[in-house]
Design a protein around this ligand. Structure first.
Ligand SMILES: NC(=O)c1ccc[n+]([C@@H]2O[C@H](COP(=O)([O-])OP(=O)(O)OC[C@H]3O[C@@H](n4cnc5c(N)ncnc54)[C@H](OP(=O)(O)O)[C@@H]3O)[C@@H](O)[C@H]2O)c1
Length: 371
């Protein structure tokens, strides 16, 4: 939908919106471009973080609130309600700005929200959209899941060999992939609200879970799945000097004595119901969303990945594949658990982009097939 110029300006909105990746939750990433009748960009803006001005306001304020006869591009329908942080709605501002045309990328995914477009149409503005809708939904996929399912969005990520292994039989996993792929992984961390690992990975690898090396990066919240509160006080994540919070998701019957020790070390302990002896991931997904943690990068290990897939909570899968093989029947693959016995029970995913080359490695991206 839309003209070639409409699609170009919408892609510019997405580029602007992306500058605030990992900074806007529980709000979406939004960019806005105001364009004159003869196709010149008059002003741009993007939503920098929750609680700050929305993209449309930032762009229009650069023009003193008025953009008579202009076209306004924005990747999400302008809101018509007070936000959770009481930021003023944008639809009245857009309606009163004097623009002639509004081009939007996607509708407001919150059931019962919307209404912004009607208010703008009533002011005599031509409304066009959705334009570049799938790219707009892709950028804000975590926000869409939050709006429609009231839970966090999970991206499962692993670095594996050509034969699907994430470590050798002796447990060595550093490093499977090359520097370019690992740097890409650090940038991913910078774009999410939280990173999650199972306690098995803490014991095996003692990871830092930081965005080291990313210019202007900030470390996301660290979440550890640890049903028995075994997280050692000497673990690297607790001693890295990072200002990021660490949250341990545990079972209701986990030892109290350990909880006191972890609390004293500045860790937040989340006691949740269990399912099959493990932390219930459905409960965790809602609890994280309740804490404004919308996008989570699940960095393993194999048991953790299996639990997320089995719980229907693998929204996206990112697999870095190195051109090397380990072999043997003891080296773990990225997906543990009991596995399925029949092919018709296999977890179905769908590659949404072609593999991407990262140095000597490849990156595969797949999304869940919703039944
Ligand atoms: N190459 C890579 O990208 C990569 C990345 C990460 C890890 N790894 C490798 O993966 C291996 C570790 O994986 P792993 O499978 O042994 O351990 P894991 O998945 O890291 O941790 C599993 C443990 O987490 C706890 N847990 C609590 N709730 C859970 C739930 N709902 N689902 C799953 N686990 C839950 C359980 O311990 P409790 O019963 O004590 O709660 C469980 O035993 C290591 O060899 C590591 O090097 C590789």
């Amino acid at each position: 939908m839309g003209t070639e110029a409409d699609r170009r300006f919408m892609r510019r909105c997405l580029t602007l919106a992306r500058r605030a990746q990992g900074r806007t939750s529980p709000n979406p990433m939004v960019g806005c471009v105001v364009v004159s009748l003869d196709g010149h960009v008059l002003a741009e803006g993007w939503h920098r973080r929750a609680g700050e001005s929305h993209a449309e306001r930032v762009a229009l304020e650069k023009l003193g609130g008025k953009a008579v006869g202009a076209s306004l591009y924005v990747n999400l329908e302008p809101c018509a309600h007070l936000s959770k942080r009481r930021t003023k709605p944008c639809a009245p501002l857009v309606a009163e700005s004097g623009i002639k045309r509004l081009v939007f990328g996607m509708h407001d995914p919150f059931p019962g929200h919307g209404g912004g477009l009607d208010a703008i149409r009533l002011a005599g503005v031509d409304v066009e959209g959705p334009v570049e809708e799938s790219a707009c939904r892709r950028l804000n996929e975590a926000f869409v899941v939050y709006a429609t399912e009231k839970r966090a969005h999970f991206t499962l990520k692993a670095a594996m060999t050509l034969d699907g292994r994430i470590a050798t039989a002796s447990g060595e996993s550093r490093w499977i992939t090359g520097e370019v792929a690992r740097a890409h992984g650090h940038r991913l961390r910078n774009a999410v609200d939280a990173i999650l690992v199972g306690i098995g990975t803490v014991f095996a690898d003692d990871p830092l879970l930081t965005t080291r090396g990313v210019r202007g990066g900030r470390d996301p919240v660290r979440v550890v799945l640890d049903g028995k509160l075994r997280l050692p006080l000497g673990a690297a994540i607790l001693n890295s000097g990072s200002p990021a919070r660490t949250l341990v998701a545990t079972r209701k019957d986990a030892p109290l004595r350990r909880e006191h020790a972890l609390l004293a070390a500045g860790v937040e302990v989340l006691r949740l119901p269990s399912r099959g002896g493990m932390v219930d991931l459905g409960e965790l997904s809602r609890e994280l969303a309740h804490r404004d943690i919308l996008s989570v990068l699940v960095e393993g290990g194999a048991a953790t990945h299996a639990s997320f897939l089995e719980a229907g909570l693998c929204d996206r899968l990112l697999l870095y594949m190195a051109p090397r093989a380990i072999g043997g029947d003891k080296a773990p693959s990225w997906l543990g658990g009991r596995g399925v016995l029949r092919l018709d029970m296999a977890h179905e995913l769908c590659f949404d982009t072609p593999p991407r080359r990262l140095g000597r490695d490849l990156l595969f991206s797949a999304t869940r097939v919703r039944s």
